[in-house]
Design a protein around this ligand. Structure first.
Ligand code: F6P
Length: 323
């Protein structure tokens, strides 16, 4: 292998730049040419492919977002789109790709390899931590800490006004960010899609909190929870209980930006080295993961078939500690 490409795809996550830097510099260290594909699969189709150097990735390890830009691309789902993308890679002499993203990114990579023989190695980049085959995804730690800091701030004002706040955090269908930021932020209740909480149970728990002398409370709501968004939960609680004057805060995309934590930078750096060395060793169709602090290579299919759910025992921990 003489020439590889690197791309970010799907939702951005803090640490993607550190991952790009690691891929580019590892490739150069091992004597490979390396190209950056901009705007994910759409840029691959459109030929937005530029050579990268060790200096192109200077001063980005601490920056959120992705210097390569990213996109979610419907055209790549079609055979015609993939044919154009493969032709662009061939035109640039790119034999292998490192793809940083989530599940959708890997599906595209599987097709690219199966149909056009492009060697593909994935790196898990998403704040959701919802990819099987790895204990952590790049960006989750930063997003979890951002959510925790937001909860800390909301607790200050909640305590000052004796208020109840419903705080919505991201995670798509996964409750990792809610669970961990809620526990770290001392939330009274945490609603996650992996565990069913009835409205009645929630109200009961809030009443218990009041009876124990809690004037203010924080309820963290994962965006994918079955009870609905934080606004909907607050409204439903108001309809059936005395808790009518509550407040709602949706942290939203603040969780996607910002300087990555040391954990995410180190994770991205290690994974980038591992991904390029895997390509050089002739590996393809696999993603890099972390398991028991070691870098591992797993088939792309593990990202979908292996479960990566938060430990539900932590909900009980949070309940014990909110007594
Ligand atoms: O996958 C990352 C994520 O931030 C999810 O947590 C969220 O559901 C989704 O992306 C939001 O997508 P968009 O940025 O397209 O609004």
């Amino acid at each position: 292998m003489k020439r590889i490409g690197v791309m970010t795809s799907g939702g951005d996550s803090p640490g993607m730049n550190a991952a790009i830097r690691a891929v580019v510099r590892t490739a150069i260290y091992h004597g490979l040419d390396v190209f950056g594909v901009q705007h994910g699969y759409q840029g691959m189709i459109d030929g937005q492919i530029e050579p990268m150097t060790a200096r192109t990735v200077s001063g980005i390890i601490h920056r959120g977002g992705t210097i390569l830009h990213t996109a979610r691309c419907a055209a790549f789902m079609e055979a015609e789109g993939r044919a154009k993308a493969a032709a662009q890679l061939q035109h640039h002499g790119i034999e292998g790709m490192v793809l940083i993203g989530g599940d959708g990114t890997y599906r595209g990579a599987e097709a690219l390899h199966a149909e056009y023989g492009v060697c593909c190695i994935g790196m898990p980049g998403t704040i959701d931590n919802d990819i099987g085959g790895t204990e952590f995804t790049i960006g989750f730690d930063t997003a979890m800490n951002t959510a925790m800091e937001a909860i800390d701030r909301l607790r200050d004002t909640a305590a000052s006004h004796d208020r109840i706040f419903f705080v919505e955090v991201m995670g798509r269908h996964n409750g990792y960010i809610a669970m961990m930021s809620g526990l770290a932020g001392g939330a009274e209740e945490i609603l996650v899609p992996e565990s069913t909480t009835t409205l009645e149970h929630l109200v009961e728990s809030m009443r218990t909190g009041r009876a124990r002398g809690k004037d203010s409370m924080i309820v963290v709501v994962a965006e994918g929870d079955e009870l609905g968004s934080a606004f909907e939960v607050a409204q439903k609680v108001a309809e059936i209980s005395e808790f009518k004057d509550t407040r709602v805060a949706v942290i939203g995309h603040l969780q996607r930006g910002g300087s990555p934590t040391a954990f995410d930078r180190v994770l991205a750096s290690r994974m980038g080295v591992c991904a390029v060395e895997a390509l050089i060793a002739g590996e393809t169709g696999k993603m890099v993961g972390i398991s028991n602090q070691e870098m591992v290579l797993r088939p792309f299919s593990d990202s979908r078939t292996v479960s990566n759910r938060p430990d539900l025992r932590l909900l009980e921990t949070a309940r014990i500690l909110s007594v």
